[in-house]
Design a protein around this ligand. Structure first.
Ligand SMILES: C[S@@+](CC[C@H](N)C(=O)[O-])C[C@H]1O[C@@H](n2cnc3c(N)ncnc32)[C@H](O)[C@@H]1O
Length: 204
């Protein structure tokens, strides 16, 4: 079988290199600042990858990164070891028994890797480990009518096989979170591309 170059991205080194190549620093910084993660907060990062987001988060948070790719977790541990707890596993409601509840849960670039059943299970489990006043933030590539054809093409090439429309993402989130605030971001990459961000809460 021919080598699929996208498989290289499962290696932490290539993933970070690719992020650096196409990512735009300032808009990404603005996005992370907008997450409003404050010192002292407990943060769960589901599908944390190499935990690159830690570079922009305050030092004094309690950060837990989960990913089922051991290569990413090894890299995160090597780079940020003292700044968080990094675990090879998926999210489950039982996690709350072990680690307690969280102020902020991140699912950055994760939902589009999961089919509807997988995404719903992730969101349901996340809703159980979120503090009543906490928020879950998801962030994924998105399809919409009239989209730049290059962006559409790049989304079709994504490793995640479940890039959705904004309505499809929102419908999934609303099954477990009564309050969902969403927005599009169009300037995060140095190529035409659009992301859809949802801020999901259990109450106002
Ligand atoms: C596109 S990467 C995003 C990584 C990181 N959040 C970032 O922004 O750089 C998606 C990650 O989600 C992880 N992932 C997908 N489904 C998962 C699940 N159910 N539990 C844990 N990790 C998962 C994959 O292994 C991968 O590292």
């Amino acid at each position: 079988m021919l080598l699929d170059p996208r498989n290289l991205l499962s290696k932490a080194f290539f993933y970070r290199w690719f992020q650096g190549l196409i990512g735009r620093e300032e808009p990404w910084k603005r996005f992370v600042e907008g997450l409003d993660i404050l010192p002292g907060q407990r943060v769960l990062d589901i599908g944390c990858g190499p935990a690159s987001i830690l570079a922009q988060l305050p030092n004094d948070i309690e950060y837990f990164g989960l990913d089922h790719n051991p290569n990413y977790i090894e890299e995160a541990q090597a780079k940020y070891g003292s700044r968080g707890t990094f675990i090879v596993r998926s999210i489950s409601a039982e996690l709350a028994k072990e680690f307690g509840q969280f102020d902020t849960i991140l699912a950055i670039g994760v939902l589009h890797h999961l089919d509807d059943a997988g995404a719903e299970a992730l969101l349901a489990a996340a809703s159980k480990v979120l503090k009543p006043d906490g928020k879950l933030v998801s962030f994924d590539g998105v399809f919409f009518d009239g989209q730049n054809p290059i962006a559409k093409f790049l989304l079709y090439l994504d490793r995640g096989r479940f890039v959705r429309t904004s309505d499809a993402y929102e419908n999934l989130a609303k099954r477990n979170f009564p309050k969902v605030k969403s927005r599009f971001i169009h300037d995060l990459l140095a190529v035409p591309y659009s992301h859809f961000v949802m801020e999901c809460k259990l109450r106002e």
